[in-house]
Design a protein around this ligand. Structure first.
Ligand code: ADP
Ligand code: MG
Length: 701
């Protein structure tokens, strides 16, 4: 057995052996002592706290009660079959229910025996009930490993079948911690520990598994959360430092005729101050000789695309090519048409490349890219296919980046010997904490101001029983000359059902708004590109007044004459999706409306989402609320980010710690970028160990 204690293969642990080691690896990706010790409890049972049954309320989070099983019954049949046991203490009675694992439970439950029961109480069939409680005999508990706090660990069916349920895992932890070789090297300097009054690492590991008190548990958690967030920030900021200090980029020093001509002769309006500020930030980057890597956030319609176009023109002025990548064909088309219009007369050669581009056209594009005569290419991810070769790509714009994987982004960057400048645009504002963790290596610009003359969209919530009023309103609007979107939800589990929903919706809308007075179009994801384009085109040309759609129109589609967005089953949409959809209206001079139609039965989260929409148009507030409601796991873009693999920290609840960690990491890198100082040697050593394991860092660009 060589190497350090933490690096020891898990099969060497007493009580593990080859079979258990195998499932630990397969089920939890645990290979070493260190990885096992880093499986932290997800909860603790505070054994010092026992509730009387009479004290238990159905809205309590979790409770622990002690009582005797007085009765066990089987109720229901077939799929509704369940076990109902009665638990009694001196103060009263409650029910315990199992819907699964019934046989096993029947064998286990011994009437008359005293049990400690842990779970979440609720009201069921007129009784206070705990469904699927954690259960153990009161005697058992005296032999359990924890003291006051019993740790609960995530386990899986396979692990449980090998005796590694929460209790089994806890025993392994005990064995590790009691081992003669147990040693956890410190990875923060004495200075940091002292300044922040953090618990040392070894103590933190012992107490995270077997805390002796609330206070000590909190200290252990704080220490480990800090460590986790600190090292994420160190990695991101070091990457950023390397990029900005060592990776050179094309210096765009010239402001030539393309930008000047455009600005002075083709731009029909004044830039907003926010746009001016962002363009200045971008030009600073471009002139610095370093490669730009910038995130541009701004609500829909705030004028990001214009900023991107002006930056492309700077690239052209410096004899470079530029490209813009959009997430959908509709959007790529739209960008292409808008930008073509804006630069027509400037003498710029641009083209469009998507999945449906014909071979002959592809050939023409390929030739133009190779000899440099094609200056701007707009498209979908077709842009990053192997055979698309630029002569001298200097600038890349990625629109709505969270839809692209980070790996795709990286591939774009490899197109040239010298990495092109990159501007990532997103209309889904990213909460600050998330941005710090997700895009910590990018510079960030924000357009926080709308072009003048925009009237904020008015948002209303209407129950589906009041649909008639909505239809009346739509009629009035159409008579007034504006157009209407009606969006139906997309239920991903069943694409056929989606279509059925939409088709039924379309048919009933057609009956309510009959021809020839009204013309109704439809777009959905299952249509051919050509059909989608035609439907959009008819709507744009005002040949149809109502467009029935799925969320295909969510991203970026720009039809200024549309002033009403009706969202059916609004409770089924996520908050950022609702906000994106609302962004489709309010683009012209008319007052615009967003009408959220829902059923009466709303979950508290759905209610909150709808309320938030009605209350605010501010994308950042919406993003924060969304993050709070859903947690980072469900946010778009977080899947590949690694923040889902946080072992203990939570970027919402631990925002303060995150900021602390980021500030400290920033200071350290500013002061000692190569981590050469003696006090930073411990950090350097730990970064090297992390590198060896790579964790998920390859995924963060
Ligand atoms: P985004 O990409 O942020 O959604 P766009 O760049 O597409 O926004 O701009 C939305 C609309 O507003 C476009 O029609 C654009 O021409 C217009 N626009 C952009 N900037 C301004 C401005 N400063 N003043 C007036 N209109 C603007
Ligand atoms: Mg846009």
């Amino acid at each position: 057995m060589t190497g350090t204690f933490l690096e020891t293969p898990v099969e060497y642990l007493k009580g593990v052996g080859p079979a258990r080691a195998d499932i630990l690896k397969k089920e939890l990706q645990i290979f070493t002592f260190g990885e096992l010790l880093s499986l932290f409890p997800f909860r603790y049972i505070d054994r010092s706290k026992l509730f009387l049954i009479a004290e238990v309320k159905d809205d309590a989070a979790y409770v622990q009660v002690k009582g005797r099983i007085t009765d066990v019954q089987t109720a229901g049949s077939m799929r509704a079959k369940r076990i109902v046991a009665t638990l009694a203490d001196d103060s009263g009675e409650m029910e315990l229910v199992w819907f699964q694992g019934i046989k096993w439970i029947i064998d286990k439950l011994k009437p008359g025996t005293e049990y400690i029961v842990f779970g979440k109480p609720s009201w069921f069939n007129g009784h206070l009930t705990i469904a699927h409680p954690d259960l153990e005999t009161a005697n058992d508990q005296s032999t359990s490993v924890g003291d006051t706090f019993r740790p609960l660990y995530t386990s899986t069916e396979k692990l449980k079948s090998r005796g590694l349920d929460s209790r089994g895992i806890s025993r392994l932890m005990k064995t590790l911690i009691q081992s003669d070789r147990f040693h956890i090297p410190e990875n923060l300097s004495a200075e940091i520990l002292g300044n922040l009054k953090l618990m040392n690492r070894q103590e933190a590991f012992i107490n995270i598994h077997f805390p002796v008190s609330h206070e000590i548990l909190q200290k252990a958690q704080a220490r480990l959360k800090f460590e986790e967030l600190f090292y994420i920030q160190m990695r991101l900021l070091l990457q950023k430092f390397q990029r900005t200090q060592k990776q050179s980029g094309h210096p765009f020093t010239v402001v030539g005729h393309f930008l000047n001509d455009f600005y002075h002769h083709y731009l029909s309006f004044e830039l907003t101050n926010a746009q001016k500020k962002v363009i200045k930030e971008i030009r600073n980057d471009l002139g610095s000789g370093k490669q730009m890597n910038r995130l541009l956030q701004g609500d829909v319609g705030s004028g990001k695309t214009l900023v991107a176009l002006m930056t492309m023109l700077i690239a052209l002025d410096n004899n470079f090519q530029a490209c813009l990548m959009a997430p959908t064909e509709i959007l790529a088309n739209q960008h292409y048409h808008n930008i073509s219009k804006m630069v027509s007369g400037l003498g710029v050669r641009l083209d469009l490349l998507t999945g449906s581009t014909k071979p002959a056209k592809r050939k023409e594009i390929a030739n133009g890219l190779e000899d440099g005569s094609l200056q701007i290419l707009i498209g979908t991810h077709a842009l990053i296919e192997e055979n698309v070769q630029f002569k001298n790509l200097g600038f890349v714009v990625i629109d709505e980046q969270h839809r692209f994987g980070v790996a795709q982004r990286a591939r774009l960057w490899e197109k040239n010997a010298l990495t092109p400048h990159v501007l990532v645009m997103t209309a889904t504002p990213i909460p600050r904490t998330l941005a710090m963790t997700l895009y910590g290596d990018l510079d960030s610009s924000i357009i926080d101001e709308m072009p003048p003359g925009r009237k904020p969209v008015i948002t209303k919530h209407v129950y589906e029983t009041k649909q008639e009023q909505v239809f009346d309103f739509i009629r009035k609007q159409i008579t007034g000359g504006t157009q209407v979107y009606i969006v139906f939800p997309l239920i991903q589990e069943s694409e056929t059902l989606d279509l059925k929903n939409l088709m039924e919706g379309y048919e009933s809308i057609k009956q309510i708004f009959p021809g020839p007075e009204y013309a109704i179009g439809m777009v959905h994801g299952k249509m051919k590109q050509k059909e989608k384009d035609e439907a959009m085109e008819r709507f744009l040309k005002k040949e149809t007044q109502i467009l029935v759609a799925t969320t295909v129109i969510e991203v970026g589609v720009d039809i200024p004459n549309a002033s009403v967005m009706v969202i059916e089953n609004a409770e089924r949409f996520g908050l950022s999706q609702l906000h994106q959809l609302r962004g489709r209206v309010g683009r012209g001079a008319d007052q615009s409306y967003c009408i959220l139609i829902s059923g009466f039965k709303l979950t508290s989260e759905a209610k909150k989402r709808i309320e938030t929409m009605v209350e605010t148009n501010d994308g950042f507030i919406i993003a924060e609320t969304d993050l709070r409601l859903r947690g980072p796991g469900d946010m778009e873009g977080t899947q590949q980010s690694g923040i889902l693999n946080l072992k203990i920290a939570d970027i919402i609840r631990d925002e303060k710690i995150l900021k602390y960690a980021r500030n400290l990491a920033t200071d350290i890198i500013r002061d000692d970028p190569n981590l050469e100082k003696e006090t930073n040697s411990v950090i350097m050593r730990h970064l090297k160990i992390m590198n060896k394991y790579r964790e998920n860092w390859g995924l963060i660009s």
